[in-house]
Design a protein around this ligand. Structure first.
Ligand SMILES: Cc1cc2nc3c(=O)[nH]c(=O)nc-3n(C[C@H](O)[C@H](O)[C@H](O)COP(=O)(O)OP(=O)(O)OC[C@H]3O[C@@H](n4cnc5c(N)ncnc54)[C@H](O)[C@@H]3O)c2cc1C
Length: 630
């Protein structure tokens, strides 16, 4: 995808009905708009009543009807569990009541996913792939009335759905998709051909969202398009079920589409708008992942606490040894902040008036990265018992704590639904966009006096008005935040540091101009600083809402830890080895240092990493047509 294309796409994914700016975007622009998140939005009494009652039912079911060790042993969720979940309405938690769903808000839906995921990650994957990216979400935003009436009651009742985007050659960059959807002569249907990889729920779904490219022909609309596809149509086949490092029990498949005929009325939105649909779906859809990741961190905190209390070495509980105590402090404070980030972002999504793309992306990126660190530290605290499987612990008569499984299950969170690297690029683009636009306009001597010139002048004028405050800090009176008590000092820090971040970003833009885009390590640190600032804000605002001494203490501890990380990141913005490392990496790619790899056996047997056979059949329809035409 070219820079221009991806920018246009990002623009398009901005929904117009938002009436309030994004808190996260404002932070990156140097403005700390506490009013956008404080007081912390809370659910209505009606929503709370419905949500809490549902969570209670779900929790009882999970505790009494699900055996997580069995799922892990069989790598399969038993049919009776899936049936039980369907009876509870768990496949329609996030579907509106008018279509037979439970109608939970994003906040309660996320809490329900957290319950399911903490029982076994395969349950979290099943329910969230179905509802966060499967049929319900894109239909909610883009479906016609007929599509909603036809499919939403089915998926709410328990028919499982999936989302088919990835292909063997197409991961983070979906614009290069090779699955095709060729319209029939009469325009009444499309013929789909291609291969879709790693599709969660793919082996059990009865209906799916499929992304395919409508080829260019005449002047008709073309491009990546979203289709609703039934799994029982001829040519739709599950080639195999994939297995992974973690989430045993996930129903993930390689799916072939071989001349699959789909009626034109199953196009979602418009032809050529598929990527926009995927982006908008993920804007809130990706909030499920931090919710489930935070649930793992909560389990890690509990297991770390219990073990560090009980386990005695060198005459003291290990939690009294400083090295372990430091880890416990990190786990507790960070888990509190993860919860704060998930709850705040979900509550903002529920308000449906905020642009929350940045907050959702920050939540996904930051929580998945921190949950990994937290869970890894929990394993270290449990020592050998951290590395032993739950089944093995049980067989020896010990409590079956799934510590190693939690780490394995978590790992993919940094890869799918936007890898950490892609999330950083996404946030950087969104966040730095305003700086970029202005820098581009200021640097463009050919803007002229037309539309482009007027836009440039407007942007430059706007920038000139507020940028002095950023650069010099003059004329700016920091907020007092007295109502936050001791935590006010952290909010003042966030406010100051947001301005400092914007200054640094602007300086980098001046220095590298359009080439800043290639400074991914630099931009990554800018994004990570913003994540820490968002997490600190969420931690303080949540503590204020909870109004307990314990929450205040954890928010304070978290902010102190986070400030240290932030300071390190600022230092590394300008003191780093990025340029040398980039060059070194190119030499690594060129094979200059292969001598270091000597002395090992390659158990994979060698050969290409992605053989041509893995791509087989991807472009079946288009070449055949081309052949006929010639
Ligand atoms: C368990 C599991 C479940 C999944 N479920 C689904 C599903 O339901 N539906 C679906 O469609 N897909 C699904 N996927 C696919 C998933 O979305 C992709 O794995 C993900 O998009 C990353 O693509 P990739 O693996 O091809 O990595 P690649 O895109 O090849 O990336 C490899 C590495 O390079 C980095 N990278 C790539 N581009 C850049 C760049 N421009 N700058 C810097 N770094 C870059 C990435 O961050 C990553 O670290 C699933 C995958 C897994 C493992």
């Amino acid at each position: 995808m070219t820079e221009q294309q991806s920018r246009r796409l990002a623009e398009e994914s901005r929904e117009t009905e938002w009436t309030r700016p994004s808190f996260g975007r404002e932070l990156y622009a140097g403005r700390f708009r506490l009013d956008l998140i404080h007081p912390h939005p809370e659910p209505s009494a009606e929503e709370r009543g419905r949500g809490d009652a549902y969570l209670k039912k779900l929790e009882t079911f999970l505790k009494t009807e699900v055996d997580p060790l069995q799922i892990e042993a069989d790598a399969k969720i038993p049919d009776r569990v899936v049936k039980g979940l369907a009876e509870l309405g768990a496949f329609g938690m996030n579907v509106a009541e008018e279509y037979g769903g439970v109608g939970l808000s994003q906040t309660y839906y996320n809490r329900a996913l957290a319950l399911a995921n903490s029982t076994h990650a395969a349950l979290g994957a099943l329910l969230s792939a179905h509802q966060s990216i499967g049929v319900p979400k894109p239909l909610k935003y883009f479906g016609t009335k007929e599509q909603k009436e036809r499919y939403l009651p089915r998926v709410a009742r328990g028919e499982i759905s999936a989302f088919l985007l990835t292909e063997p050659d197409v991961g983070s960059d979906p614009a290069r998709m090779s699955t095709t959807a060729v319209p029939s002569r009469d325009g009444k249907e499309y013929v789909l051909n291609g291969l879709k990889l790693w599709i969660t729920n793919g082996s059990v779904a009865t209906v799916s969202i499929v992304m395919a490219t409508v080829p260019k022909s005449d002047r008709k609309p073309h491009g990546i398009t979203a289709f609703i596809v039934e799994s029982d149509v001829p040519g739709f086949s599950v080639e195999r079920r994939n297995q992974f490092m973690g989430i045993r029990g996930i129903e993930n498949a390689l799916i072939r589409l071989d001349n699959v005929r789909v009626p034109a009325e199953n196009v979602i939105g418009e032809v050529g708008r598929g990527l926009k649909i995927a982006l908008v779906t993920l804007n809130t859809g990706r909030l499920s992942l931090p919710a489930t990741n935070a649930s793992t961190a909560k389990g890690a905190l509990q297991y770390a606490r219990e073990y560090a209390n009980e386990r005695v070495q060198w005459g003291r509980p290990i939690g009294k040894h400083d090295a372990i105590a430091q880890k416990l402090a990190f786990i507790a404070a960070t888990t509190y902040a993860m919860d704060a980030v998930v709850e705040l972002s979900s509550a903002l999504a529920d308000q449906e008036r905020n642009d929350i793309r940045i907050e959702a992306a920050i939540a996904k990126l930051w929580v998945s990265e921190m949950a990994w660190l937290v869970t890894d530290e929990m394993i270290q605290i449990r020592g050998g018992r951290g590395y032993e499987t739950a089944a093995s612990l049980k067989a020896r008569g010990e409590r079956p704590v799934p510590a190693e499984q939690m780490l394995r299950d978590l790992r993919v969170a940094r890869i799918f639904e936007g890898s950490s690297e892609i999330m950083r690029l996404f946030i950087a683009r969104e966040a730095v966009d305003m700086h970029l636009k202005v820098a581009g306009a200021l640097a463009d001597p050919n803007a002229g006096t037309g539309e482009k010139g007027r836009a440039a002048a407007k942007a430059a004028g706007f920038y000139a008005r507020w940028f002095p405050a950023l650069t010099l800090g003059k004329g700016h009176v920091p907020g007092g935040y007295g109502e936050f008590g001791d935590l006010a000092t952290h909010l003042r820090y966030v406010e100051r540091t947001a301005r400092k971040l914007a200054r640094n970003t602007f300086y980098a833009l001046n220095r590298w101009q359009a080439k800043l885009e290639y400074r991914q390590a630099f931009l990554g640190r800018v994004v990570d600083i913003g994540c820490e600032l968002y997490a600190m804000s969420a931690a303080c605002v949540r503590a204020r809402m909870l109004a307990t001494e314990e929450a205040r203490e954890l928010a304070d501890a978290f902010c102190r830890q986070s400030r240290l990380r932030t300071q390190r990141l600022f230092t590394e913005l300008w003191e780093n080895e990025d340029t040398r490392n980039y060059k070194l990496a190119q030499d690594v790619l060129g094979g200059r240092y292969t001598f270091v790899e000597a002395g090992i056996v390659d158990p994979s047997g060698g050969g290409p990493m992605i053989p041509d056979t893995a791509r087989e059949g991807q472009e079946a329809e288009v070449p055949r047509r081309r052949r006929r035409a010639s």
